[in-house]
Design a protein around this ligand. Structure first.
Ligand code: SF4
Ligand code: SF4
Length: 96
């Protein structure tokens, strides 16, 4: 039987929730848009890696290796910050 979740209006004022971390809660579950990285276009400048708030840009030996979708929440910052002349990351609608 499915357990009913409380809505935010039913929570007590001043409620303190236990802090979580993205190690425990995979922020990729939040995603409605998905960044698609194009390896052929990428110049490995690592700007996306610097700006990604979830450390979801995977880098090895100074080069981008892909995007860790378990933690990528689809904010689009990487696509926005990738240099306009390169545009190696495109956001697309998440398909489940
Ligand atoms: S969409 Fe956001 S969370 Fe995902 S890789 Fe890009 S910057 Fe990181
Ligand atoms: S910002 Fe763009 S070009 Fe630079 S490493 Fe990231 S994907 Fe590659």
């Amino acid at each position: 039987m499915k357990k009913e979740k409380k809505g935010w209006k039913e929570l007590p004022i001043g409620l303190v929730l236990e802090a979580g971390s993205s190690r425990e809660f995979e922020t990729g579950d939040w995603r409605s848009e998905k960044p698609i990285w194009d390896e052929k276009k990428c110049t490995h400048c690592l700007i996306c890696w610097i700006y990604c708030p979830d450390s979801a840009i995977m880098v090895k030996d100074g080069k981008v290796k892909g995007i860790d979708y378990r933690y990528c929440k689809g904010c689009g910052i990487c696509a926005e910050e990738c240099p306009p002349k390169v545009k190696a990351i495109q956001m697309t609608r998440e398909e489940k």
